[in-house]
Design a protein around this ligand. Structure first.
Ligand code: G1P
Ligand code: ZN
Length: 542
């Protein structure tokens, strides 16, 4: 087999965002596109003699992209690639394999919760030897490389057979095809009380897990049905499909509506959960009880010691800035550290590596711990199951008792999608300019205490991240946060995060939109959303 050095030229806009490079599939399939980015990865991290993990969420082009990446890894002198059977690996499972095998990192093919298919989204990202997403300095270097690339290396060969577990080789590089589920399932078994959960299922506990035709199907079937004895059929949409069966694999009440309807309908199961395209997000629902991700993080932190893997207690809890402060209240009660980081899982990596935090979470349906360096959907589901099995209470009871101990942070996120980029930028610029004059003013009967643009200094490496989102803080503890999405592929998405704290959780009933009424009105007034964008109502409310 010969190594080819192919002449190429830079392609504009190969800039990886917070979760790698994400583009429409036809763009990724374009001439030299995937190759240029993969070569830029290898040029930055070095491939010679190294071992990498490779896998993806099974979306359209996953299988063919894997073959290209394998050929390029071989041509760049990699010693070994560990690849999930069928080129499948969930993001948390990939993170685990990188750590377990002490590899030099991994390449994950995914566009997370974005739809997949010939005309939908594809993505590639690089994870570091600690199992976590590449930090900004590394992704910036990769981007810089894409702007100057002149050649890439690829071997000429037939496809590697990825359908069978076992060892083969490609132009001198070892290819280990592994069962994508086995090591991950063993890790889960080491963290959670599988006996207690098994006994709960045995006693008639019913659950629904919606894999949304994405990567968690095989993981959930093996763990929930085969190992924990949940009834057959507990996992629905359990076969990963290249186009996710046309589903939008984003576990929130809008996209996982079928699950929501079942959980709020007659004869609802005891517990429901869903995960996203690549398996790192989760949504938790009880019978007639939706658990917001911010509350889920707080409940998991408060009850973590019920799970064997966490019985020694937590070192700290970290949340992204827009996530509600519910977890901070738990951390204060437990007298452990709490951290507020910018949006994006990568900011948790240093805290986890340094042993400052054990559990982390984002309002965007992301929760996880120091067992891997990615958020982990099934981990959150199993943690909830462990808590339910030990406490022997319903999800609704657990939520109610949590709020009565800690008070309730009413919370919601409103998304305004596909806004013309210049309009969204102009709105944010005007808002930023107005921040200094805001404190001391009353809006909707609430006094503004502080207004700033979130800036984060990493407590481990001292790096500073600026302009991470506008925060308007009120004297009564209410809060408005506005930022533009960094992951959208069409125009700009404005995210408006709303929060209000009430000691008496019963005061406003269950629906947070009611409690948040004045905060929502204040946000629209202060940011002049309609004036700038023409939008008066959000497209998605979570
Ligand atoms: C979104 C979420 C963020 C998450 C990211 C990757 O980013 O809001 O919490 O880390 O996806 O899953 P955004 O589009 O807001 O930049
Ligand atoms: Zn994801």
């Amino acid at each position: 087999m010969s190594v080819h050095i192919i002449a190429t030229t830079p392609i504009a806009g190969q800039k990886p965002g917070t979760s790698g490079l994400r583009k429409k599939t036809p763009v990724f399939m374009g001439r030299h596109y995937l190759e240029n980015f993969v070569q830029s990865i290898f040029d930055v991290v070095g491939a010679k003699g190294k071992t990498f993990v490779l896998g993806g969420d099974g979306r359209y082009f996953n299988d063919r992209a894997a073959q290209v990446i394998l050929r390029m890894a071989a041509a760049n002198g990699a010693a070994r690639v560990i690849v999930g059977q069928g080129a499948i690996l969930s993001t948390p499972a990939a993170s685990h394999l990188i750590r377990l095998n002490k590899t030099d990192g991994g390449i994950i093919m995914s566009a997370s919760h974005n739809p997949g298919g010939p005309n939908e989204d594809f993505g590639v990202k690089f994870n570091m030897p600690n199992g976590g997403p590449a930090p900004e300095a590394v992704t910036e270097a990769m981007y810089a490389r894409t702007t100057e690339i002149t050649q890439y290396h690829i071997v000429e060969s037939q496809d590697v057979d990825l359908s069978k577990v076992g060892r083969t080789s490609l132009a001198g590089m070892t290819v280990d095809v592994v069962d994508p589920v086995a090591d991950y399932a063993a890790l889960m078994e080491s963290l959670f009380d599988f006996n207690a959960i098994r006994a709960m299922f045995k006693s008639g506990f019913r659950m629904r897990f919606d894999a949304m035709c994405a990567v968690t199907g095989p993981y959930a079937t093996e763990i929930l049905e085969n190992r924990l004895g949940a009834a057959k059929g507990t996992v629905v949409h359990g076969t990963p499909l290249p186009d996710f069966g046309g589903m939008h694999p984003d576990p929130n009440p809008i996209w996982a509506k079928e699950l929501m309807d079942e959980m709020f309908g007659a004869d609802a199961p005891d517990f429901g959960a869903a995960s996203d395209g690549d398996g790192d997000r989760n949504m938790i629902v009880g019978r007639n009880a939706y658990v917001s991700p911010s509350d889920s993080l707080a409940v998991l932190a408060a009850n973590a010691t019920l799970a064997p893997g966490y019985k020694a207690g937590l070192k700290g809890v970290a949340r992204s800035m827009p996530t509600s402060a519910a977890a901070d209240r738990v951390a204060a009660a437990l007298k452990i550290g709490s951290y507020e980081t910018p949006t994006g899982w990568k900011f948790f990596g240093n805290l986890l590596d340094a042993g400052k935090a054990t559990i982390c979470g984002e309002e965007s349906f992301g929760t996880g711990s120091d067992h891997v360096r990615e958020k982990d959907g099934l981990w959150a589901v199993l943690m909830w199951l462990n808590i339910l099995a030990v406490r022997k209470e319903s999800v609704a009871e657990i939520l109610t008792s949590h709020w009565s101990s800690f008070g309730r942070n009413f919370y919601s996120r409103h998304d305004f999608e596909a806004i013309p980029t210049e309009k969204a930028d102009a709105m944010m610029a005007a808002l930023r300019a107005a921040l200094p004059s805001m404190p001391g003013h009353q809006v909707e009967g609430m006094m503004i205490a502080d207004a700033d643009d979130f800036e984060y200094t990493d407590p481990v490496d001292g790096s500073v991240s600026r302009k991470q989102g506008v925060r308007i803080l009120f004297e009564d503890g209410s809060r408005i946060v506005l930022r533009l999405s960094g992951t959208g592929t069409e125009g700009a998405t404005l995210r408006l995060y709303l929060e209000r704290y009430e000691e008496d959780p019963a005061k406003f009933g269950l629906d947070p939109q009611i409690a948040l009424g004045p905060v929502i009105r204040a946000a629209h007034g202060l940011a002049r959303i309609e004036e700038h964008t023409g939008r008066s109502a959000p497209d998605v409310v979570t």
